[in-house]
Structure formats: C-alpha cells, structure tokens
Design a protein around this ligand. Structure first.
Ligand SMILES: NC(=O)c1ccc[n+]([C@@H]2O[C@H](COP(=O)([O-])OP(=O)(O)OC[C@H]3O[C@@H](n4cnc5c(N)ncnc54)[C@H](OP(=O)(O)O)[C@@H]3O)[C@@H](O)[C@H]2O)c1
Length: 313
C-alpha cells in the first residue's frame, strides 16, 4: 500500500492526499480563527517533508484563496508536487469554453502551466452536457494544461458515462472524488466503489475523518466551532451514536500504537483502489495523519471495522 496510482497506469502518489478546503475558507472552516497562512505553510512543508506531495484544492475553496496559497507555497520548494483542482459546472456557466476560462484562472492562481488532475466538482449538466464537458477536458489534456481527468460526486452511472465519452478520445477517467469514511459508506452500497474498480478509476475519499468526528477529539463538552456545531452528528446524541466505532478504532489503535484517526485512514487505504484526502489546518495534523501510512490493519481488524460501521452503508 506504499504507493497508489491515480487511475489505471496514472500518476504514482502515496495513498494519502492533503485536502485544502479549509485553506482560506471562512464560510465553513473559520480561516483566520485559530489558524492562518503561517500555519498552512507549515502544514504544506510538513507534508512534503513526509513525502506526501498530492494536494487537493478547488476554484471555490476560499473563493480562490486555497489555490493562491498553494501556488505561493509551491514556489518555495524544489520538490515536485501533484495538484488536483476542480471546475464547477455552475448555473451561470453556459458553454464548454467556460471550462478553459476557469482552468486558465486556476492555473494563474496556482502559478503553474499545468495541473496533474482536473476534476468536475459536481455532476451538474443543466447547461453544459456531459459530452461537452468531457470533450473540453480531453482538449485540455491534448493542449498539455492538465495531466489527467477526474470527476467528483458522480454516481456509478454518471461515472460510466464519463468513462465512455473519454474512451472515444482514448483517454481514461482517472478518479472519482466522493465522500467516504467509516461513517459514510454509501459508495459501497450504491455500486460506486465496485464500478470504479471495474473501470480502473481511483476513488479519492473526501471527508475521510468525517470532518473531525473520526479523530475522537470532539465530545459533548468540547464541540467544534463554526458550522459543524450545528450539525446533529456533532451533538451529544450524534457523538453517542458513533461511540462504538471510535471505541473500536481506539482499541485496534492500541495494538498498533496508532490513534483513532490513523486507524480510520488506514481502514480506507485498506479498501482497494482508495486514496483518502485528509483536510488539515496545521503541521501537527499533517504529521499525525501521515502516521496512517507504512503499516497495515489485519484482515480481521478490517472486518471488525466493516461490521461495526455497517449502519453507514
Ligand atoms: N469534492 C467535494 O465535493 C469535497 C467535499 C468535501 C471535501 N473535499 C476535499 O476533501 C478534503 C477533506 O475533507 P474535509 O476537510 O471535509 O474533512 P476531513 O478530512 O474528514 O476533516 C478535516 C478536519 O478534521 C480536523 N483534523 C484533520 N486531521 C486531524 C488530526 N490529525 N487531529 C485532529 N483533527 C484533525 C481538522 O479540523 P478541526 O481541527 O477544526 O477539527 C480538519 O480541517 C477537503 O479539504 C477537500 O480537499 C471535497
């Protein structure tokens, strides 16, 4: 499990990417309150020092600030990094050309000529059809501005359609980025994981720590700040409901001298063809999450966790 590829025969990465939604985001993540640019630069440096060089961002994160910060930090290192960003087919975008315009804007903010992975953020096809979207992306691969094509939040059917359109251009669909953790296993029951395996598409698992729930650090007396405090999953009842899972993670972690979060990430890595994207706000969180790499849960432990989390299928 030491290396994974993004898609069949795609880029090699460690099976962990760094999520940067919180980088510059004040709407959900409280950027500027408890962490800021200095902490994020330290997080970036810590990831690279640990050999974790894949970063996931999007044009909408921090309204462009996430891409800007990533671009700024990248300029200070000689190390090759892999950047995955996203295009939003939003209702005010009418034509295929908007893909090229949005990509140009992202490349400018990131200060690069090319991104390794360009993803369609949501499967919205109100105004731009799937056919047009995929063909515009294929054109950008041929132009050399993107290395590979990915999608996000796509169902099994939508993923298959995108795969078929790209196959006509002799290009693979490399990734589908979807919510996946021990507390969100719907991609297993909805056929997304199995379809991705059949088609050689890598699953990038977002919110792999269930936005902090699977670190065990939040309790009824210590709720998160910001919008998460309004989410019933973070309420006393919500936390009580997941206690059997965090207890099992903790028990398994004791055997391996690993934390709840590290075991939760390792369980994802143990699912074939899955690379978690863990969101971070500082170097300590990066260093902690990197502890999910380089070891393996036993098959019995994976099965125990599968059983304990079956309500989330
Ligand atoms: N494609 C999409 O639609 C989509 C949607 C959501 C996310 N994403 C991507 O996936 C990434 C990850 O998802 P996410 O940010 O929603 O959730 P996540 O990775 O499950 O949780 C991230 C949050 O958990 C806390 N945390 C992380 N590591 C920790 C550690 N070692 N110890 C303690 N706390 C820790 C931090 O917040 P606190 O310290 O505040 O608790 C961090 O911001 C995003 O950054 C983004 O790149 C994509």
């Amino acid at each position: 499990m030491e290396n994974s590829t993004l898609g069949k025969d795609g880029l090699f990465v460690k099976p962990l990417c760094i999520g940067t939604w919180a980088w510059g985001d004040k709407l959900f993540w409280n950027y500027g309150d408890g962490y800021g640019e200095a902490e994020l630069e330290e997080a970036f440096t810590a990831a690279i020092a640990a050999g974790v060089t894949c970063f996931d961002t999007a044009e909408v994160y921090g309204l462009g600030l996430s891409e800007k910060l990533l671009g700024q930090f990248r300029l200070k290192t000689q190390q090759n990094i892999q950047i995955a960003t996203k295009f939003g087919p939003l209702p005010w975008r009418f034509t295929g050309e908007s893909v090229s315009t949005a990509l140009t804007d992202s490349l400018n903010r990131l200060q690069v000529d090319k991104v390794e992975l360009y993803q369609v953020h949501w499967p919205f096809t109100f105004l731009i059809s799937q056919e047009t979207l995929m063909n515009m992306l294929a054109n950008e691969v041929e132009r050399g501005r993107i290395g590979a094509i990915g999608v996000s939040n796509y169902s099994a059917k939508q993923m298959r359609e995108a795969h078929e359109i790209l196959a006509k251009r002799e290009l693979p669909l490399a990734t589908n980025q979807v919510r996946y953790s021990l507390l969100s296993r719907q991609i297993e029951s909805q056929g997304i994981l199995s379809t991705a395996r059949d088609l050689g598409i890598t699953i990038l698992a977002y919110s792999p720590l269930a936005q902090g729930l699977l670190t065990g650090k939040y309790t009824g007396d210590q709720p998160p700040v910001g919008l998460r405090s309004l989410d019933p999953k973070f309420s006393r009842d919500g936390l009580r409901k997941i206690a059997p899972i965090t207890s099992l993670l903790s028990k398994i972690g004791e055997v391996h001298q690993k934390s709840i979060a590290q075991v939760a990430l390792n369980w994802l890595i143990a699912q074939e063809n899955v690379v978690p994207i863990a969101g971070v706000k500082n170097a300590a969180q990066v260093n902690h999450n990197v502890g999910a790499l380089g070891w393996k849960l036993t098959d019995i432990e994976v099965h125990e966790l599968d059983q304990a989390s079956r309500d989330y299928l």
